[in-house]
Design a protein around this ligand. Structure first.
Ligand code: IMP
Ligand code: MG
Length: 180
């Protein structure tokens, strides 16, 4: 796997530091509340697991599984729900956790769907943000790193379902996805 990585963007230590910072912010902002933290699978599963352990107030978790990318790299804009939430979000303070905000198509779809279910509040937390690629304006309430327009993998992020288990975030060598 390592040979397919052009450059490490964020080490395990850098990720741990930013995740702790976001967890502290959420704990402060939601003090006295009991937020429902929703992970959008699969990309955010590792971030979610680390993030909730840095949150010091009571919270619940839920998971939604969608696919928007297939095996490729371009978003289709079409989102398929593979698994919906178990919990009702009506009246809840919801925090949606995503791995990366790219075109914004997936997240704007999810946020619209959640808003229609009547939560008390809804906030968005994304570990990575690629603002250059945005097609629909989406604003994050909590975000980790802003990155350039390069395809990254690791720490939950995949290319064709591979590399999710890399403990760091790196840029994939272009020859890996161009098939050269
Ligand atoms: P959006 O709808 O374009 O914002 O796509 C968001 C989804 O695309 C993310 O949840 C990821 O699954 C995937 N994605 C976007 N950029 C990358 C990347 O650089 N590496 C891996 N997955 C990505
Ligand atoms: Mg994803």
């Amino acid at each position: 796997m390592k040979d397919d990585i052009k450059e490490v963007l964020f080490t395990e230590e850098q990720i741990a530091e930013i995740v702790k910072k976001i967890g502290t912010e959420i704990s402060r902002d939601y003090y006295g509340k009991n937020p429902l933290i929703i992970s959008v699978l699969k990309g955010s599963f590792i971030f979610m697991a680390d993030l909730v352990r840095q949150i010091t107030i009571p919270c619940s978790v839920d998971f939604m599984s969608i696919s928007s990318y297939g095996k490729g790299m371009k978003t289709s804009g079409e989102v398929k729900i593979n698994k919906d939430l178990d919990s009702k979000i009506e009246g809840r303070d919801v925090i949606v956790v995503e791995d990366i905000l790219d075109s914004g198509l997936t997240l704007s779809y999810i946020l619209d769907m959640f808003r229609a279910r009547g939560p008390k509040s809804i906030a968005l937390c994304a570990l990575l943000d690629k603002p250059e690629r945005r097609k629909i304006p989406v604003k994050t309430d909590y975000s980790g790193f802003t990155i350039p327009d390069e395809f990254v993998v690791g720490y939950g992020l995949d290319y064709a379902e591979k590399y999710r288990n890399l403990p760091y975030i790196g840029v994939l060598k272009p020859e890996v996805y161009s098939g050269k």
